[in-house]
Write a protein that binds this ligand. Structure first.
Ligand code: BGC
Length: 261
């Protein structure tokens, strides 16, 4: 008999959209196009929970009845409980998303930080596959997300976008939102903002590899070659799907009793 396909649903909660798709966990690929719904405002856990339930319903015929759901959150998540959020409603703080969403949807659910999900995806299926040592996956967007993986094991909730540099939060100066807001050229952004940021992080943690994700990584050839670092730095391979794929993978591990973030 053919081996059953391992499938989980990945859902990515962002400031502007909630996106989800079923994921083939053997390949680390989405099985269908993403279904996207605008992030409700205010973006409370209850309002987003309804959107998550709609996305699960949308794919109900495409996934096994007991397929787990992995959900990314743009904030700190400890064992399924949200502890801090930046860009969504503050009602999320101390919300036990795993328990509440499981009750709402009737499937195993696991919440995880968005950059941690991306790091798991890149480490299992993408730019950091097979890499030993410390890999730091950063996502450049509204903020800076960071996911640390050491020898394939996730070290969750490294809030490296919140490092204070020259009296300011690093992400306020170096995220791609700062580039847009201040209308910086790729060169200004790379040399003036990303260079000091990655230098600071490499001197703190001495990683073996940096992987750079987030929407702007599509244009990585315009800024990564300008950086002068000791650590190799490469673009993410799963791009904007890394959150969905990684969340699905971690949720499947969780449902199988392996706690990984
Ligand atoms: C949050 C992180 C998140 C990152 C990317 C930061 O502002 O503190 O938890 O991973 O944004 O969304």
């Amino acid at each position: 008999m053919a081996k059953a396909q391992r499938i989980a649903l990945g859902i990515d909660i962002g400031g502007s959209g909630v996106k989800g798709a079923p994921v083939d966990l053997d390949k680390g690929e989405m099985l269908l196009d993403r279904h996207k719904i605008e992030t409700p405002q205010p973006s409370t856990p209850r309002a987003i929970g309804e959107v998550v339930a709609q996305i699960a319903e949308f794919f109900a015929d495409d996934i096994p009845e007991d397929a787990p759901i992995g959900i990314t959150v743009p904030g700190v998540v400890q064992r399924g409980v949200v502890r801090f959020v930046g860009n969504i409603d503050q009602e999320w703080v101390d919300y036990d998303g795993d328990t509440h969403f499981e009750q709402l949807i009737g499937r195993p659910v696991h919440l995880i930080n968005d950059a941690d999900a991306a790091a798991v995806a890149e480490s299992r299926y993408g730019a950091a596959r097979g890499r030993d040592g410390l890999v730091i996956v950063t996502t450049l967007g509204t903020g800076i997300g960071a996911g640390l993986v050491y020898d394939g094991v996730l070290i969750p909730n490294a809030e490296l976008g919140h490092l204070i540099m020259n009296g300011e939060k690093a992400e306020a100066r170096a995220a791609s939102s700062a580039k847009d807001r201040e209308d910086l050229s790729y060169e200004e952004w790379a040399t003036g903002r990303l260079q000091p940021y990655y230098e600071y992080v490499e001197n703190l943690l001495w990683p073996d590899l940096f992987v750079v994700g987030g929407g702007v990584s599509r244009k990585s050839d315009k800024f990564l070659p300008l950086l002068r670092l000791r650590t190799p730095i490469v673009p993410a391979e799963l791009r904007n799907n890394a959150g969905i794929v990684g969340a699905a993978a971690v949720a499947a591990d969780y449902a199988a009793g392996k706690k990984v973030g």
